[in-house]
Structure formats: C-alpha cells, structure tokens
Design a protein around this ligand. Sequence first.
Ligand SMILES: NC(=O)C1=CN([C@@H]2O[C@H](COP(=O)(O)OP(=O)(O)OC[C@H]3O[C@@H](n4cnc5c(N)ncnc54)[C@H](OP(=O)(O)O)[C@@H]3O)[C@@H](O)[C@H]2O)C=CC1
Ligand SMILES: O=C(CO)COP(=O)(O)O
Length: 353
Amino acid sequence: MSEKPASRNNGSNTYDVAVLGGGSFGTAMAKVLGENGHAVHFWMRDEGQAEEIRSTRINHRYMPGVTLEGDIRPTTDLAEAVGKAEIVLVAIPSKAFRAVIREHSTEFFDGQIVVSLTKGIEEHGFKLMSEILIEELPRCRSGVLSGPNLAAEIVNRELTATVIAAKDPEVRRTVQELLGCEYFRVYANVDVYGVELAGALKNIYAIVAGLASALNMGENARAMLITRGLAEMSRFAVSLGANPMTFMGLAGVGDLIATCTSSKSRNFRVGYAIGKGKKLDEAVQELGQVAEGIYTLKLVREKSEAIGIYMPLVRGLYEILYEGASINAVISSLMMAVQNSDVEFILPRTIAQ
Ligand SMILES: NC(=O)C1=CN([C@@H]2O[C@H](COP(=O)(O)OP(=O)(O)OC[C@H]3O[C@@H](n4cnc5c(N)ncnc54)[C@H](OP(=O)(O)O)[C@@H]3O)[C@@H](O)[C@H]2O)C=CC1
Ligand SMILES: O=C(CO)COP(=O)(O)O
C-alpha cells in the first residue's frame, strides 16, 4: 500500500484504486478518489496525455481548467495500474470495454473489486458490462456504478448522488466508503441488470430530448417525453428481468431527468445538433467525445423488435437518425398513435401498435 494524503472521505480506509479511461468520467472519478485520499493509478492509452496530467495535474482535452488534487498517478501501463490496485473502476466506452479488460485479464486481474462506470451495451450478443466482467474476470468481484452523474458537475464538486449495484454486500460497502464524501453520495442497489440497463437506455431519451429542445418544444412536451421514455425503458428492461422499482430510483428516473434536461449531456447535445439540421456524423464529430446513445439505439431497436416490446420513441428516433425520416413526420405519427394507458402496472396497455 502507498503513502497517502489525509482522507477527506466518510470512511477511515484508503485504497489503491485503478481508474481505466482518461476521458471525462474517468477524470471526474479520479478527482473524487484523489480528494478522498486514495492512491489513484489513472490509466489512459496516450502517453502524451499521461505526461501532461503528470506535469500540470490537468486533463486539458477532457476537463480543461480542472486541477486534480491528491495522489494521482497517470500511467499508460495497464498491467502496472491493475496489478497495484485493490479496486478497479472502468470508464471505457462500451465499444472498447471488453478489449481493454481482456488485455491483461489473466495475469493482473486477480481478486480485485472491479466496477463498471460505462453506460452502454456490447454490440454482439446484447451484453451489458457487468456480464462482460463476469465472463472475462471470473476471479474478481464486480459491480456497476450509475446515476445522474454529469462529469462536468462532479469536477466542480456540485452535489451529486449515484448508485452502486452489486450482488456482494462487501462490494457495495467498499464502493460507498471509497467514493462517498461531502459532495458525492453513494446509494446501494442489488438489481445490477436494472441499474445498468437504466444507465444505457436513458441515453436514447436524452437524444430525443435534445432534439425536442432544438425544435423549441415546451415544458409539457419535455415532461411527456421524459415520462413516456421512462415507461418505455422500464417496459423493455422488466421484460429482460430488471426490477421495475429500480426505475423509480436515481439510476432510473434520476439519470433520465439529468440527461434529458441538460446540455451538459453529450447525448442531449447530439440530439440538439440533429434537431438543428446537422447530419449524425457531423454531430458526433463535432462532439469529440462518446455519445453511447447512438449505438445503444440501434441495439435496443433490434432487440425490442426481436422480443416484441413496444418502444415507439426508440422506433421514431431510429427512423430519424438512421433511415432519413423527417422529424415532423415522426412526431406526427407518434402523436396520432393509439392513445394508451398511463401507468401499465395499474392499467394494462392496449396491444394495438
Ligand atoms: N461523462 C459523463 O458525464 C459520464 C460518462 N459515463 C460513461 O462513462 C463511459 C466513458 O465516458 P467518458 O469518459 O465520458 O467518455 P469520453 O469520450 O470523455 O472519453 C473516452 C475515454 O475512453 C478512451 N478510450 C476510447 N477507446 C479506447 C480504447 N480502445 N482503449 C483505451 N481507451 C479508450 C478515450 O481515450 P482517447 O482520448 O485516447 O481516445 C478516452 O479517454 C461512457 O460509457 C459514458 O456513458 C457515465 C457517467 C457520466
Ligand atoms: O450519463 C451521464 C450523466 O449521468 C452522462 O451523459 P452523457 O454521456 O450524455 O454526457
């Protein structure tokens, strides 16, 4: 164990923690950990970026103007970062998640607690990150962290709450102790699949909300989109085995509100750009960061059709983004669809689609 600065966190223990991924969220979590007195082995693939953070303590590309305090050790040596860690937090976009984990899984991942921070779905086989962790790292204990956690606010120490979902109570307790501090609260859940699916699915509705905002829709429309988005995402997730009550919590409705109402969300910004007439490729290129929702949309549309789950917002957004449908035509068809039940757990939905 390393020598560490005095802890400012809720608990008394400090840990060696690896954070994999030098983007916005990896940086935000490294900052919380450093301020909480932990030794942070901060892994990224670009040596120039690691050297810059080592010398300036700022991640200029992803978090300009934010100084990282505490014992932060940027590195491009994945084996070293993971090998020294007791706990590993993975903030790698879903497209690269398995490849990064696999690179050193047999030698260096051995008994650590490994937590996914990623809000996406793997393309082949519709796998969530927790499933990848179980497949690739059978000797590790895993969990997922999700909630209304805009990185740009966390780095400014704005009050935030999140959810650690894990079957193992020791994993939940350790992550609460690890990250909890005066501006960051960590709540617990055992519904790993539900928490994780909620985080991935809400990105789709953040794109829809960005689009609506670009079209100057009012607050009634925004409330309708958020609430119908919640109905749709919980219908889908419950059909796959998630607990519907998870969607009442921070990882469900909490994250949906944060990302559907904020231009700090990259998914919201992609939707906004498309609503202003940009092509999808242009919008993504201008963003320069990951917007998981554009990939999740494709996978969820395919899956929902395969298992017969009614998701009109997913279908409409897919038609706009990938089939060149006019936004007005999609809105009109959504508004004129069969008028259905509000809360399906109270009054079952009319089946006509
Ligand atoms: N930002 C946020 O507010 C939040 C994000 N998340 C989730 O966290 C995950 C990561 O997002 P975020 O950090 O914001 O994304 P960013 O786009 O800000 O950063 C992505 C990071 O992943 C790295 N990366 C991409 N591909 C690879 C690869 N093949 N090997 C190694 N590193 C790679 C990038 O490295 P490089 O710069 O070298 O390309 C970069 O460091 C996403 O799933 C997101 O949904 C969750 C909660 C909040
Ligand atoms: O998940 C997030 C906040 O909870 C971040 O959302 P974006 O990826 O859209 O920025």
